[in-house]
Design a protein around this ligand. Structure first.
Ligand code: SER
Length: 566
């Protein structure tokens, strides 16, 4: 049986013996190429050398490199769980910047597979040519000369690159071997970087980018270690190799794959976040949680053990933090999903990444309105930005601490007025300065001294209780359903920010950047809920003693209170 250690060593030795110098794997977070989230190929750290091959000797003392590169690819995430697709894999690669050409590159691959490992090549492919790129007859002939009889032409699948928003690219030849089931598995891809593309692959395919011939042919090869081990050992799947624990079901496999990828990514410094690499990480962790009740910590331990001689892995507790946060809301969120709850609410309240909701929907044959979600999300983000930039509605004159405290007192006052005078009391206007608050509210007579005293007492009791003040963004209809207070006549957007004042600190979906500023789920019980842009203090105990200065008529059916914190 071939072990991963053995194959890694054989590969490096084979290429060192044929004039290559080993370079270490680069980080999974690409340095210097902001157009890609993760390192997806061994060539990525060498991208600049294809256009300036003379620098290879200057920087590495050689034109020929061999490496084993950690790679993450999430493009095929839906395929994970089958016998060959993984989101993390190791890529064995040899690279040349003018040191050799097609014949050597193909011969090395052939010899490594056949002579070193004693494997049979099932078939190989070559590029049939399209547009300005000619048919790669030369590669086809080299294979035939080496005695490989099944040489198949192929189209755009065997034109590789560029990675990111521009870069080297060119025709490839792929090598397939059979697994235990007799299924052909692609194990090695040899790219002939003959062109520089001034746009992304997407643009190239749409005819919006152009290819420029490079002066020097570059070689870029990549072989997936996990797949090679599979065919070399005549296994059926990558999960039988010593890099896994023989996971059998699709769920177990997704779990093992995603936790591994998460561990490698966090070890390279990525933390769960709402955008970019951090968001991919978040999705991976949450998807893993969805597919297994097993604690991720146990799986992490196994993975660390598997790679203990090869990679230093440490997630610094980030994965478990993310896991426990999501496990808390997963069950509730699943129930909400079953009820047909809006994907936006699932995302912002239950932390369901839209991709997860889409996946659940697909399983149930339900349509998700992605455009609607995107619209709400972008409003939500605008609202968060607006709130954190301190632009808000509600008559708050400035952001002095005294003003912010009076703002919170204002919410407590409305709630106390409703308690004493009746739920029909509505806010009609407000104005807050550093010195005092002023509230206009609907009520048709003068308040008695007793009522005023009662209102003051309730506000002061609530201050003394140390109630939490939490902000939550939600669709307007949702907030209306909860009965959140809104100012009469005011126009509110589809997404609103609501402040709750509640007895018990609600369960935290702590620091979930999917939830941006509003870090809490909707509290189960609260004494106040108001449409409001903030800002507020976070606990009522920060307020001092509340006192009503004046209660007077404002206009017909509207009273006005001026109050202070002393
Ligand atoms: N860059 C090519 C690939 O990723 C070959 O290494 O498949």
């Amino acid at each position: 049986m071939f072990t991963s250690d053995e194959i890694r060593q054989k590969f490096i030795k084979f290429f060192e013996d044929s004039g290559h110098t080993q370079r270490p794997s680069s980080s999974l977070v690409p340095e210097g190429d902001i157009s890609v989230l993760f390192t997806t190929a061994g060539m990525q750290q060498f991208k600049p050398y294809y256009t300036a091959p003379e620098n290879a000797v200057r920087d590495f003392g050689t034109k020929n490199i061999v490496s084993i590169q950690k790679c993450v690819r999430t493009g095929d995430i839906d395929e994970v769980g089958d016998s060959t697709h993984l989101t993390f894999f190791e890529m064995l690669g040899n690279f040349s910047f003018g040191g050799y050409g097609r014949k050597e590159a193909i011969t090395y691959a052939h010899d490594f597979i056949k002579k070193e490992l004693g494997l049979e090549i099932s078939y190989v492919t070559f590029y049939k040519g399209e547009g300005s790129v000619p048919r790669d007859e030369e590669s086809a002939q080299i294979w035939k000369d080496l005695g490989v009889s099944d040489v198949r032409e192929d189209g755009s699948d065997v034109f590789w690159g560029p990675t990111g928003d521009s870069g080297p690219c060119g025709p490839t030849t792929e090598i397939y071997c059979k697994n235990a089931d007799g299924v052909d598995v692609e194990i090695w891809n040899i790219v002939f970087n003959e062109y520089f593309c001034d746009g992304s692959r997407e643009k190239l395919d749409k005819g919006e980018a152009t290819l420029k011939k490079l002066d020097v042919l570059g070689i870029d090869t990549g072989m997936g270690l996990e797949r090679l081990l599979t065919v070399a050992n005549k296994f059926e799947s990558v999960y039988e190799t010593d890099l896994f624990n023989n996971e059998k079901t699709k769920e177990e496999r997704i779990f093992a794959d995603h936790v591994k990828t998460s561990l490698f990514i966090t070890s390279d410094g990525v933390v769960p976040a709402n955008t970019g690499a951090g968001y991919v990480l978040r999705r991976l962790i949450r998807r893993a949680v969805r597919f297994s009740k097993n604690p991720l910590a146990e799986e992490i331990k196994k993975i660390k053990n598997t790679y203990k001689n090869v990679y230093e892995l440490d997630d610094k507790g980030e994965i478990e933090k993310e896991e426990s946060k999501f496990r808390e809301t997963l069950e509730k969120g699943m129930k909400e999903f079953e009820k047909g709850t809006d994907p936006f609410v699932l995302a912002t309240t239950y932390g369901f990444p839209i991709e997860l909701t889409e996946e659940l929907a697909k399983e149930k044959n339900i349509q998700i309105d992605r455009a609607d979600f995107d619209k709400k999300m972008s409003e939500h983000q605008k609202l968060s930005q607006t709130a954190s930039a301190g632009m808000f509605k509600g008559g708050l004159a400035n952001h002095e601490p005294a003003t912010i405290k009076l703002h919170t007192a204002h919410h407590l006052l409305l709630s106390a007025l409703q308690q004493v005078l009746g739920k029909e009391v509505k806010q009609k206007g407000s104005n807050i300065t550093e010195e005092r608050l002023r509230m206009d509210f609907s009520f048709d007579r003068k308040m008695t001294d007793e009522e005023k005293k009662k209102v003051e007492d309730i506000v002061n009791e609530n201050i003394a209780k140390g109630l939490s003040v939490v902000r939550k963004e939600m669709p307007r209809e949702e907030a209306e359903k909860l009965g959140a207070e809104m100012e009469f006549g005011a126009k509110y957007p589809d997404m609103v920010s609501v402040y709750f004042i509640c007895e018990t600190s609600p369960r935290r979906v702590a620091s979930d950047p999917l939830l941006q500023n509003e870090r809490e789920v909707i509290p189960e019980s609260y004494i106040s809920a108001e449409f409001c842009g903030g800002p507020h203090i976070s606990n009522t105990k920060e307020l001092s003693h509340f006192k009503i200065l004046k209660e007077e008529a404002s206009s017909a059916g509207v009273r006005r209170i001026k109050a202070i914190l002393e």
